[in-house]
Design a protein around this ligand. Structure first.
Ligand code: SF4
Ligand code: SF4
Length: 424
């Protein structure tokens, strides 16, 4: 039996459940939250601010629509149609005024947490709205100093079938449910006399995991996901920012930072070999850095993939049983078993522990960056091939180029060309 370093008491999964006590072996302890170099975090966020994939990675976001299976495509269309109004409603929530007078000396932390769990959120914590993790294009949108971090549990059974349409469908559904429920939670905060801005899970305003870690709701796993106490990485995240009178939670050392070094299941099982065995310092934080260009092609072509979520023992069994097993045996619960590590890929078959699929180089060749940047690269190629100079119809190529760029930047071609010169 390993020596226990400390015990963490967390609220039960549901409001009526008893609190749980998590025993963290001493050998797993490092720091509360995540090891970080604050000066580096400040530097990178100031000089190289984070930007949303919706802005910086439009080329592959457009490409995925061309490789989705019919079922995923239909699910996405339904999701976008149902989800659009929820995202639109969230966008304006920061401007809605409170519906009552706040009681100045009253701290409303417990009321907000209780209402969040009553509404169905499985984890809730409060910290500063850390502007260092807010996307560049959302910095002027984000209001209010405090972040209420709320996580919704994705359904257990379907997740264990990933990668599959059965797992991918509920994932979209969770975003719709939590997005809508968060609007109710924001109404409640306004009824306490404060503002509440809903940061939609489908229109993320930033990288949320660092704020969840700061609020004590888990630690970052080697799979790049939050390992939360009750449901590990099966947590879907969002925040509500507010000016309510609240108390911040503290980051916690659940031992996951070290546990992942020993576990490594997600790293070993990733079909795209997109997860790193060793931690690196990235933007001032020590972490396992996901390699996006190796993950994206698998995610897009295999129903969202999520093998790294499915095979994580903290997701499957919960953090307490996993750490108790480790303390008793020094072993990782479920490691090496088909139940935990096995998965099937459509058209490729089943892969048990130690087996990985093979993809040729072409599989990973996808467009990167912004769609309009790719257009420019295309135009340069056409110029080099002489297709512009040789164009017998004048500037057909350039005209097409302008039309496509106008499409991506949301302008008309006429606007881009400027107003016609005034007649003399
Ligand atoms: S989603 Fe799939 S490809 Fe991407 S990191 Fe996870 S396991 Fe690897
Ligand atoms: S599978 Fe293991 S290494 Fe990967 S995130 Fe989960 S606990 Fe960490």
């Amino acid at each position: 039996m390993l020596k226990i370093g400390h015990q963490i008491t967390r609220p039960g999964r549901n409001p009526e459940d008893e609190p749980i006590t998590i025993n963290v072996p001493e050998e797993l302890l490092t720091v509360p939250g995540v090891p970080q170099a604050p000066a580096d975090v400040n530097f990178y966020s100031r000089e190289y601010p984070l930007e949303s994939q919706n802005i910086d990675l439009t080329a592959d976001r457009e490409w995925v629509w061309t490789v989705y299976t019919h079922e995923v495509l239909e699910d996405r269309k339904i999701h976008d149609r149902l989800n659009g109004p929820i995202v639109a409603a969230a966008l304006n929530t920061g401007d809605i005024e409170p519906t009552s007078e706040a009681v100045p000396e009253k701290n409303v932390t417990e009321e907000i947490k209780a209402r969040a769990t009553q509404l169905g959120f499985g984890e809730v914590g409060i910290t500063k709205l850390d502007m260092r993790y807010i996307f560049k294009y959302k910095k002027s949108w984000a209001q209010y100093p405090h972040a209420i971090c709320i996580a919704w549990e994705q359904d257990y059974e379907p997740t264990q079938t990933a990668p599959s349409i059965e797992a991918e469908g509920p994932h979209f559904g969770v975003y719709r449910i939590m997005g809508a429920v968060a609007l109710d939670l924001a109404d409640y905060i306004r009824s306490l006399g404060y503002h509440a801005q809903v940061h939609s899970p489908n229109d993320n305003s930033g990288a949320y995991i660092p704020m969840f870690v700061e609020a004590g709701l888990g630690q970052l796993g080697a799979n790049g996901q939050l390992l939360s106490p009750h449901f590990g990485s099966r947590a879907r995240l969002m925040i509500i920012s507010t000016d309510a009178k609240v108390t911040y939670d503290e980051p916690i050392d659940y031992g996951m930072h070290t546990f992942c070094n020993t576990c490594q299941i997600c790293v070993n099982r990733c079909p795209g070999r997109a997860l790193m065995r060793d931690k690196v310092w990235w933007r001032g934080v020590e972490k396992n850095k996901l390699i996006y260009r190796r993950c994206r092609p698998v995610m897009a072509q295999y129903e969202g993939c999520a093998v790294c979520m499915k095979v994580c023992p903290v997701q499957r069994y919960g953090m307490k049983p996993v750490l108790d097993h480790y303390a008793e045996t020094g072993q990782i619960l479920g490691k090496g078993t088909h139940l935990l590590e096995g998965y099937s890929l459509r058209d490729k078959g089943y892969y048990g522990p130690g087996e990985l699929p093979h993809f040729d180089k072409e599989f990973f060749s996808i467009p990167h960056g912004k769609s309009e940047d790719l257009l420019f690269e295309d135009l340069k190629d056409q110029i080099e091939r002489g297709e512009v100079a040789d164009d017998p119809h004048g500037d057909t190529v350039l005209r097409e180029f302008k039309t496509k760029v106008a499409h991506y930047v949301g302008q008309s071609v006429e606007d881009m060309m400027g107003a016609p010169p005034e007649e003399a």
